[in-house]
Design a protein around this ligand. Sequence first.
Ligand code: GRG
Length: 312
Amino acid sequence: MGELAAEQHAKYILKVEKKKDDIESVLMEHLRINGVYWGLTTLDMLGKLSAVDQETVISWVMSCQHESGGFGGNEGHDPHVLYTLSAIQILALFNKIEILDIEKVSNYITTLQNEDGSFSGDKWGETDTRFSYVAICSLALLKQLDKINVEKAVKYIISCKNLDGGFGCTPGAESHAGQIFCCIGALAITGCLHYVDKDLLGWWLCERQVKSGGLNGRPEKLPDVCYSWWVLSSLIMIDRVRWIDKEKLVKFILECQDKENGGISDRPDDAVDVFHTYFGVAGLSLLEYPGLKAIDPAYALPVDVINRIFLN
Ligand code: GRG
């Protein structure tokens, strides 16, 4: 198992960031801004954010903004609330939120709230609890939460709660760890975790740990490093993280590293990518692995960044 190959992971992220024509970059072209957020947050947790040229990143992020105020996944792409959160998070990492036209960005997000309290991801109207989280997290980071109907947003999220204690993407949809993160994160940010049956949900979440120590996203599925984030952050927010075997999970994540060339994969011996590298390092940070900056389980940004925004 060994240790976290921190230097190699930082090198891997810096290298991927520069590449534009390999298969991973082509596949991620439409959501490049998400990839940049994953990469930069990983570098920050590893204490290596200063290796990046801030100015270049910031001017590229701003070039992804649409006249509506929302951000696209890449230059010239249509805006979506998922990409808008990544843009805000990247600027937050560099302490540059103030360069945004906050009114314009928050108006874009506000117009996506529907009558029933749910959020659409963009003007085409699909609703999903992912978009509720993203809208709430974005507006909270911009200190503009009072622009939406928070009570209705919370009511909608609660309507997505299932009998097993978990949450799905819409009312009645199957519980899934990714959606649970979104619902619990949104409820944590809005101070509404009292609506959650913490023991019932904590039980469902800790049952996600399989023999190898890794976590899956729902019953009978394979473990995947990304659930080290979705499941663990939720367990921390509801104060039940002691219900999983932390040591075994650390071991599983470390087994998914490419120790030579850097990067972390979904499962041992698979190909690495930026998404799993981020979730692996973020999971280790939540597990208090030595040498990593702490990450906030609700905002998915380093705790010092969150403190700078809310305590200053
Ligand atoms: C800022 C961290 C952060 C997130 C933004 C986009 C988003 C908000 C949340 C996504 C939550 C989510 C639904 C995550 C799950 C992603 C995933 C690996 C889905 C795979 O689903 P399946 O059905 O995989 O292919 P399983 O593991 O169920 O077989």
